[in-house]
Design a protein. Structure first.
Length: 72
C-alpha cells in the first residue's frame, strides 16, 4: 500500500514527509488509537508546547484512548 502512495510524491522531500506520516499513523494504530482523533488532538496541543518534554508527551504511547474520546 505504501508503494502506491509514494507514487504521488513529486520530490524526495515529499516522499520523506509521507513516510513520516505513515509511520506515525501505524504507530498510532499499534497503540490502539484512532489516527484522525490523534492528529486532531496533536494539532490542538502543539502550539502550547514549550519544551522537548512537552512534545514527547504527545507521542501515541503517552496519550490515553479516553483522552481522545473526550476531546472529540
Amino acid at each position: 500500500m505504501a508503494r502506491n502512495n509514494f507514487l504521488f510524491a513529486d520530490t524526495v522531500k515529499e516522499a520523506k514527509a509521507l513516510g513520516i506520516h505513515m509511520s506515525l499513523i501505524h504507530t498510532v494504530i499499534a497503540n490502539g488509537l484512532e489516527p484522525f482523533q490523534y492528529y486532531t488532538q496533536l494539532l490542538k496541543q502543539v502550539p502550547y508546547c514549550k519544551t522537548v518534554d512537552d512534545y514527547g508527551k504527545l507521542m501515541p504511547w503517552y496519550i490515553k484512548k479516553q483522552t481522545l474520546e473526550k476531546s472529540a
